[in-house]
Design a protein. Structure first.
Length: 360
């Protein structure tokens, strides 16, 4: 395996961890406002759509094993269209990073240190993410691989601990089909994390066995997410919209267990690792888009550009958690449906008929 590529197992870990982004804290309460406990069906349907996107990625990688995503788009649709798509992907990824950052900041500020200054969090965030991006994709993937089972074990521990608070199975089929689809559409910005796989497809070593391994890891992560939603709506039911930190709130009544003390630290550690990895991969993907849009500029300029835009929005415009969420529900879903689902469908057409890289 090349030093510039990542293994199928590392890809599986990366895809699995990215799948948790924006889904285990605020999303359950946001969905409840539209579909109540029927939000479980929303999460299942969209995760199934995500699995379909993953299979499109497998097929595209199999037909164009050595080409980058940008090269495929430029070859099939032209350079201008490819750059246009990459510009919107870059903007969309930046928004998703902004979302993860703001949600994580609010979570840690409430759960860990209420008096923490905003500048401390920004400094730590940029330091970790910039360092990770400069080291490259493979060190990021290896670090994620090292901590993967610890993160999953912590997440499963939270789910097991919440069983003590389980009330009854959530009341479903209590919402109209219209509200279910509207709730799913309005919150599409919390999904679509597999777009990162397309951006780094030329850096992934993929075999048939590796595809099955990625599928298993991703399926397991999806099952854990669905179980979290079932437990969340069971425990809080009609007050679900109030609870903004799902993975911590489900163990609210189980903080003390014999002599072990406060167990919410397990949830805090889980969110900390997930957030740092998700943001690091997001910034790396941002820089990949930047390099294709400005091929004469190297990685350093991509990181600096991200930092300047990020700091400008955070510090000068005072963009906060609620504003980011409102932006996501009003405007971003229209970009999300194109980039997360329409673009993969277009790419699927590239794999049918005609000659491709594998044939030639």
């Amino acid at each position: 395996m090349s030093t510039k590529t990542i293994s199928p197992r590392q890809t599986a870990v990366l895809a699995s961890i990215m799948l948790f982004a924006n889904k285990i804290l605020v999303l359950p309460s946001l969905l409840y406002n539209f579909a109540k406990a029927d939000s479980i069906f929303i999460i299942i349907l969209i995760l199934l759509a995500e699995m379909g996107v993953l299979f499109v990625f497998f097929r595209l990688k199999r037909n164009f094993p050595n080409m980058s995503f940008y090269q495929i788009l430029a070859t099939k649709l032209g350079v201008f269209v490819a750059k246009t798509f990459y510009f919107f992907i870059l903007t969309y990824i930046f928004y998703k990073i902004l979302l993860v950052y703001n949600v994580s900041y609010m979570y840690f500020r409430v759960q860990v240190y209420l008096d923490a200054t905003f500048y401390i969090f920004v400094f730590v965030f940029l330091l970790v993410c910039n360092t990770s991006v400069f080291r490259g994709l493979r060190p990021i993937a290896r670090c994620m691989e090292f901590f993967y089972f610890f993160i999953i074990a912590c997440f499963v521990f939270c789910l097991l601990l919440s069983i003590a608070n389980f009330n009854k199975f959530p009341i479903v089929f209590d919402t109209s089909i219209k509200n279910i689809f509207l709730g799913g559409f309005k919150h599409l910005f919390c999904f679509g994390d597999f777009i990162v796989l397309f951006l780094i497809m030329d850096k992934i070593e993929l075999t048939k066995k590796g595809q099955w391994q990625i599928f298993r890891y991703v399926s397991f992560a999806m099952v854990l997410i669905v179980v979290l939603y079932i437990m969340f709506y069971s425990i809080f039911n009609y007050t679900s919209f109030v609870h903004k930190n799902a993975v911590s709130d489900i163990i609210t009544f189980s903080y003390r267990f014999t002599d072990l003390g406060r167990l919410d630290m397990v949830a805090i550690i889980t969110v900390m690792f997930l957030s740092l990895f998700q943001i690091s991969v997001g910034v790396y993907a941002f820089c990949e888009c930047f390099k294709q849009l400005f091929p004469k500029l190297d990685l350093f300029y991509g990181v600096i550009t991200f930092d300047l835009i990020f700091l400008s929005l955070i510090l000068l415009s005072s963009l906060d958690y609620l504003q980011v969420i409102n932006l996501g529900t009003l405007i971003v879903p229209y970009f999300a449906i194109v980039l997360q689902y329409v673009l993969p469908l277009i790419c699927l057409l590239f794999t049918f008929g005609g000659r491709n890289e594998k044939d030639s």
